[in-house]
Design a protein around this ligand. Structure first.
Ligand code: PHB
Length: 578
């Protein structure tokens, strides 16, 4: 961690350093420390032991314990033995910035379409002081090169967008850039890029910026690592003419030598950027809306429950960031106080703290706005999470509480042939297990991840099938797997309607004698059922009534937790379902 400005009270790493060494007198120390913990976890890839956090932040162990306990209460981290792990809900901080910025909502689909058209990765980046930060990635995964995540910060001079942004730099910006290069010649303050092996001369980037100003595009010829090349074009704000973000196509020398990028990819990138600019011009003004009210009112109850371990000023301060959002890009102190329910003086001190940390700016005397640096608070490591990853800690907790094994599954089209399929002879939709948690009991249902089963005879499958429009439910042949299996298509259709109406499926020894299971749906932000969650047991363990009475509320509560994490995570990133 180089370029740290204050060991005790400033988020570490080169990328978050406060403007001045000494925090202003009104800064909220627990908030500064909480931000430092989130930045260290982010730079470490999402997980650090509590003692490593203690070393990285320079904070006392008791302070680290209280901060992580508070972040855990907020759902921002998970405490897993001796480790603190970033949890999906922390993405609501980055989401607040991305929603306020609006560019992802307006441009992501165009970027994705261009990536499909070219079969190359496409990204959108904004300027973050003397660096660039990604706000969108449409990644074509390739074995050959590293790829960056939403929220990653790169040194401007090692990228194609950098020289374009530098065309708008002031003398102060150039000065800051030179100072940073002198203090950190190997780019150690940018954990997303490999350290620089040999120094580059300032003039090279100055010339690249001058060229970018003339040409209206810029190239990256293996500035980050051998083979990685990119071409970038600015997307200008139609109102101000200034660069709103930069769109890049990223490739590899094995497919596009850098010299060829100009002829091959640049014309298509330019055409896509023209359309993006039209999209920005035609976008209706964002709905101002009333905004959230009383975001921070829950903190008092947590304080009562957790006592000294809950740092209320940290929890309250963090909710200040979530007061911003779509149509709420610039807020006054009054707006922030209203949205959070905090006293004006408390909200003001939080905003001053954030300004000191470079997380908030003042576009005018009266207003505050989030900066791209908010993405350094946990976003990048979680931006590639998957539903099984999101669900696993919740499944484990549920399995411990109910002392039964729990599973998550998705619907897959039938496999050709019977390989990997238990109990099936015909074809039809199947479920596939994507996450599991088992208990230590001897008699436990044991199903390996990846196992496929016929959907019609399982509780998981019925929950997934019930969400499909009846016309799309091609169930295939229905075989009797036990004497109880429902094999009459009409009876099954009625059963699925019941599942749909009740919100759960209870299946009793239809797949296998001695196996009873109950499942509930997991829905995405649009309300579509994307997975199902269940528990299965021997019928002797619980009566059908006990399943409904004891297990169903537990399953529903767990599905709600998984859903709520999923909805935060998928707002601006693609969350893989398996
Ligand atoms: C990227 O999107 O990963 C990217 C963009 C521009 C560069 C390098 C990488 O110069």
């Amino acid at each position: 961690m180089i370029v740290r400005t204050s060991v005790d009270a400033t988020p570490g790493g080169g990328e978050v350093g406060a403007d001045s060494v000494v925090p202003p007198a009104e800064a909220v120390t627990p908030l500064v420390r909480g931000a430092a913990v989130l930045v260290e976890l982010t730079e470490a890839g999402g997980t650090l032991s509590l003692s490593a956090l203690e070393r990285a932040t320079g904070l006392a162990r008791s302070t680290v314990d209280r901060i992580t306990a508070t972040l855990a209460r907020m759902g921002y981290v998970r405490l897993d033995g001796r480790d603190a792990v970033l949890a999906p809900r922390v993405m609501e901080l980055g989401n607040a910035y991305l929603a306020a910025l609006r560019l992802p909502a307006l441009l992501d689909e165009r970027a994705d379409a261009l990536a499909d058209e070219l079969d190359e990765s496409v990204s959108l980046a904004v300027s973050d002081r003397d660096g660039i930060r990604f706000i969108h990635q449409a990644t074509r995964r390739r074995a050959m090169s590293l790829s960056f995540r939403i929220g990653d910060l790169l040194p401007a001079e090692r990228t194609a967008p950098g020289p374009l942004f530098a065309t708008e730099w002031t003398d102060t910006d150039w000065h800051r850039w030179r100072e940073r290069r002198a203090a950190d010649p190997q780019d150690r303050g940018f954990p997303a890029v490999p350290p620089r092996e040999r120094p580059s001369r300032d003039e090279e980037f100055e010339r690249a910026a001058a060229r970018a100003g003339r040409d209206g595009f810029a190239l990256d010829d293996q500035l980050i690592e051998p083979g990685l090349v990119a071409v970038s074009v600015p997307v200008r704000d139609p109102r101000t003419g200034r660069i709103a973000c930069v769109a890049s196509v990223v490739s590899h020398t094995s497919r596009h030598p850098a010299a060829g990028l100009r002829d091959t990819l640049l014309p298509r990138l330019r055409a896509a950027v023209d359309v993006m600019r039209d999209d920005l011009r035609e976008a209706p003004a964002p709905e101002p809306g009333a905004g959230p009210m009383g975001l921070a009112t829950w903190t008092g109850a947590s304080k009562q429950e957790l006592g000294r371990e809950f740092v209320e000023s940290l929890a309250r301060g963090l909710t200040v960031l979530t007061a911003f959002g779509e149509g709420r890009a610039e807020l006054t102190l009054t707006d922030v106080a209203k949205a959070t329910g905090l006293a004006r003086a408390t909200a003001r001190r939080a905003l001053i703290t954030y300004e000191h940390l470079g997380l908030v700016t003042r576009p005018t005397d009266r207003t505050f706005a989030l900066t791209p640096r908010v993405l350094s608070l946990g976003f990048p490591p979680l931006s590639r999470t998957s539903l099984p990853q999101i669900a696993t800690p919740h499944l484990t907790e549920l399995a411990q509480r109910i002392q039964e094994s729990t599973s998550l599954a998705v619907l897959v089209p039938s496999a050709t042939g019977d390989a990997g399929r238990v109990g099936g002879t015909g074809s039809g939709p199947e479920i596939q297990y994507t996450a599991r948690a088992s208990t230590s009991r001897v008699m436990t249902v044991n199903i390996a991840l990846g196992t496929r089963l016929p959907a019609y005879a399982t509780s998981l499958g019925r929950v997934l099938l019930a969400d499909l429009p009846a016309a799309q439910r091609d169930l295939g042949p229905l075989h009797a797997l036990t004497s109880r299996t429902v094999t009459d298509p009409t009876a099954l259709a009625y059963a699925l309607e019941d599942v749909r109406a009740q919100g759960y499926a209870l299946v009793d020894e239809e797949l296998e004698a001695g196996l009873r299971s109950i499942a509930v749906p997991v829905r995405d932000r649009t309300g579509r059922v994307v997975a199902a969650l269940n528990t299965a047991m021997h019928p002797a363990r619980r009566t059908l009534e006990a399943c409904l009475h004891d297990l169903l509320p537990e399953l529903t509560a767990t599905a709600d937790r998984i859903q709520s994490d999923l909805h935060v995570a998928e707002r601006f990133t693609h969350v893989a379902l398996s």
